[in-house]
Design a protein. Structure first.
Lengths: 310, 117
């Protein structure tokens, strides 16, 4: 491998830890290496793990950006544009080093497919960029399937003792496909079928239903904005029409748009546009305002669901 | 929104929702809009903004108290117009709540736009 390729290669290891000691030792060693290299660094992990890393680093923690991933990355779909690219793009010179832990033991079964797809898409989003992203996995508490998926979404694996190996299971596209799961219609949803003429009416319908289901305040505006983007997209690119459905489920409002379009770009909504670019923010807005976004796309059409806590 | 969905290319969007844009009365330079700013009214909004940019000198005003809704692309058009002005700023008066929300999301700290509530 030439020096140039090495400098520009994206590095994406998974760290499998079993104890707090292993976690602290490996993450702190990773960050100290970055300090030695003078690399800009960010750490986005769940709150308690942030504390472990800060304590382990001591005064070396100064100058590192720390984010609680359970907030910044609540919706895994916004981690690439907002957290990872947000940091990498702000430091365009030289390599940046990030710890990102998007999957923790409390992630729900509804969230997990979007989490796995996010981990897979990191490889596409940073291909050829001088970025290193270490993703810790709690081998003690996470489901074995999650650990198996992490070996498919990461080209490099690091054990709790720091042994590094190449993943022979690495095949990130397979995880994107596997979790492109059919989203069965909800039985008790309020639905509205729309064409181009109905875009203002479908927004009003969404607002009224969201209020009925208990949504209030600024998040009502977020519902309206996100519904406007998805329904407009159906009309302009998704066959000219679609169906919006809303319901409540496990303390969350769910809004779903079905249309005849097909999502061809797996990174749609995760690629931050240039500041002066006119378009390209619609699906990203849906990711920014939501707690979770699930997508199923096939030749028969596309379903996008976004979730907001009530 | 970009074109993540593809079914034989973009279709024209028929319109029922309206947007009326007129010059501000009095001596102030700028525009007043009424209606909604969305895919259905995109051409008239973008045309009004290019006109605003062409006449811009120092400070331009955009009065939006009769606009009930603006989408992401509508805010984007305003932000990009303001960023491309040679100097000065755009004062947006009484915008619908989506406007400051979207500005803060995608253009935090954009000093070319002042929002007056």
């Amino acid at each position: 491998m030439s020096t140039v390729t090495t400098r520009e290669a994206f590095v994406h290891p998974a760290l499998f830890y079993r104890t707090e000691q292993e976690y602290t030792r490996q993450t702190v060693a990773f960050l100290r290496e970055g300090l030695t290299n003078g690399e800009p660094m960010a750490v986005a992990v769940p709150g308690p793990n942030l504390e472990l890393i800060k304590a382990g680093l001591g005064s070396d923690a100064e100058g590192i950006l720390f984010l609680d991933m359970t907030e910044a990355g609540r919706n895994p779909g916004r981690i690439i544009p907002k957290v990872l690219r947000g940091f990498a793009d702000a430091h365009p010179k030289g390599r940046v080093r990030i710890i990102g832990e998007p999957i923790w033991a409390g992630r729900s079964a509804v969230e997990y497919p979007a989490c796995a797809q996010h981990e897979a898409l990191i490889n596409a989003a940073f291909e050829g960029r001088a970025v290193t992203i270490l993703c810790p996995y709690d081998e003690e508490r996470l489901d074995p399937q999650v650990i198996a998926d992490a070996k498919v979404t990461h080209p490099t694996l690091i054990s709790g003792e720091g042994r590094e190996s190449v993943s022979d299971a690495y095949d990130w596209q397979a995880v994107v496909s596997r979790y492109n799961q059919v989203l069965a219609p909800a039985p008790d949803a309020a639905a509205f079928s729309y064409g181009g003429e109905d875009l203002p009416a479908v927004r009003q319908f969404a607002l009224a239903q969201a209020k009925l289901l208990g949504m209030a305040g600024e998040r009502l505006m977020d519902v309206e904005l996100a519904v406007a983007e998805l329904t407009t997209n159906s009309v302009v690119h998704g066959g000219g029409r679609g169906t919006l459905a809303l319901w409540a489920e496990q303390g969350q409002l769910v809004c779903e748009v079905r249309d005849a379009g097909r999502l061809t770009d797996p990174l749609a909504g995760r690629r931050p546009p240039e500041r002066g670019q006119l378009g390209g923010r619609g699906l990203m807005l849906v990711h920014y305002v939501s707690d979770l976004v699930r997508v199923h796309t096939s030749d028969d059409g596309t379903t996008v669901r976004f979730y907001l806590s009530l | 929104m970009d074109a993540p969905h593809m079914v034989g290319g973009p279709a024209p969007v028929p319109g029922r929702a309206a947007l009326e844009v007129s010059p501000l009365p009095g001596g102030r330079s700028g525009i007043r809009a009424r209606g909604e700013i969305s895919a259905l009214t995109r051409p008239s909004w973008e045309q009004a903004l290019s006109e605003l940019a062409r006449r811009h000198a120092g400070v331009s005003y955009v009065e939006l108290s009769d606009v009930a809704f603006v989408d992401v692309a509508g805010v984007s058009a305003l932000a990009v117009t303001a960023m491309n002005l040679p100097d000065g700023r755009v004062v947006v008066e009484n915008p619908p709540p989506q406007l400051p929300r979207v500005l803060e999301m995608f253009w935090p700290g954009l000093d070319r736009i002042e929002v007056a509530l």
